[in-house]
Design a protein around this ligand. Structure first.
Ligand SMILES: [Zn+2]
Length: 407
């Protein structure tokens, strides 16, 4: 039975008339789809492309996981929901604060508002840190929300389900299986719980490890493609997008192509502090090296001179002030420093060499965070009445709820 539409964060969303599934395939650069399609290993995506149901979309900046997942579930950029990365500096102090707690969210999610209005909502994430952010505000008496990372620990009281429906063992959070389990659980929940809305969010471990045409990536893309078909066959409308793309970030000798900004500023502007918002508890596969950094300066620092100095660094592509970042990148002013720095497509930004553990990198570095990883795919299982003018990944719920042609 369809209820009235809901307005969430100034956008109106129709009440779902069939199960609506939004997938955030973490780090799923368009290149992964293209490589698998070219080898006939992604029939769902190939058909969607041929039928005009697959397009390029633009993600939020910085092109990291948490800001973009929060954008997708709120339908808004970070300037509205407040999550601008994993870290910021507490205003007026030198204390880095981790921004992965729901208390930092400034906007309700579409999932939470539908759940509070009586819709049945299921959320499955790979990483538990995202489960807490994305499950915030759900009415758990009528919802399911768990991470496959901690699938063994689910309880009815906290996660809305007594046992996670995952038919195979998960070796670790650094595996393809932790993401595959998200999809397997999604298909199972579609049958057992008949949700009105479902949100599935994977991890980008595979994309950090493998280039699009490597077997590890091709097998993963084929798996994702198959589950998109299975979810559609089970009666869902499916919209898949990604939080960010992924690019190779290494030199011809295989070493990471890094500019260590804190070391540069230790000489040019002592007291300035570089924050890398990619830093989080899961750094094994990227060494906390991404293509976006924000720099906090001292009150008397010459901001123009420091920006000019950073622009001279070969790996650096763009240096803008906080005001420009608020305007152009839709970032929240109080959660970024005085300058935002973005690396070139093939480069990343670090603090100091000694602060990055690169010994765990078993493969040439692939990462994200900058402008070159802002492009993502957006795929719909069903035809749309009309595409948005400029598609953003955080239009996913608008598309699945408002724009899909009726069956
Ligand atoms: Zn990600």
């Amino acid at each position: 039975m369809a209820n009235a539409p809901l307005t969430v964060n100034d956008r109106q969303f129709a009440w779902p008339t069939q199960p609506c599934v939004v997938i955030c395939a973490d780090g799923f650069d368009m290149a992964y789809l293209e490589a698998a399609e070219a080898l006939d290993r992604a029939p769902f995506f190939a058909r969607a492309r041929a039928e005009g149901r697959l397009r390029g979309a633009k993600g939020a900046m910085p092109s990291f996981t948490n800001p973009n997942n929060c954008s997708i579930v709120t339908g808004q950029p970070p300037s509205v929901h407040g999550i601008a990365g994993n870290f910021f500096l507490e205003p007026g102090t030198a204390n880095p604060v981790m921004m992965n707690d729901p208390s930092f969210l400034r906007a309700p999610s579409i999932l939470a508002e539908f759940s509070q209005a009586g819709a049945k909502v299921c959320v499955v994430t790979a990483k538990d840190k995202l489960r807490k952010l994305l499950g915030h505000g759900l009415d758990i008496s009528n919802a399911v929300c768990f991470s496959t990372e901690f699938a063994a620990d689910v309880t009815e009281a906290e996660h809305g389900i007594a046992e996670a429906p995952i038919p195979f063992p998960i070796p670790s959070v650094y595996s393809a299986e932790v993401s595959q389990a998200v999809f397997a659980a999604g298909v199972s929940l579609l049958h057992s719980h008949k949700p009105d809305l479902m949100y599935l969010s994977t991890t980008d471990y595979i994309q950090h490890m493998f280039a699009p045409d490597e077997e590890g990536a091709l097998a993963f893309t084929e798996m994702v493609d198959g589950y998109c078909q299975a979810l559609t066959d089970a009666g869902a409308r499916v919209v898949l997008t990604a939080d960010h793309g992924m690019n190779a970030k290494f030199l011809p000798d295989g070493e990471p192509n890094v500019a260590y900004l804190q070391s540069i500023l230790d000489l040019a502007a002592p007291g300035a502090k570089v924050i890398l918002p990619i830093t989080d508890p899961y750094v094994v596969h990227h060494g906390a090296l991404g293509s976006f950094a924000t720099v906090y300066l001292l009150p008397d620092d010459n901001i123009e001179a420091i920006a000019a100095e950073l622009r001279e660094v070969p790996a650096v592509e763009l240096v803008i002030t906080a005001d420009e970042a608020v305007e152009v990148l839709e970032l929240p002013r109080d959660r970024i420093g005085d300058l935002c720095v973005m690396a070139r497509a093939n480069a990343v930004l670090g603090t100091r060499r000694a602060e990055h553990d690169l010994s765990q990198l078993t493969r040439p570095l692939r990462s994200h965070g900058g402008l070159h990883e802002q492009g993502v795919p957006l795929v719909s299982s069903h035809n749309l009445d009309e595409w948005p003018d400029k598609v953003r990944n955080f239009d996913a719920f608008d598309i699945v709820l408002n724009r899909v042609e009726e069956d």
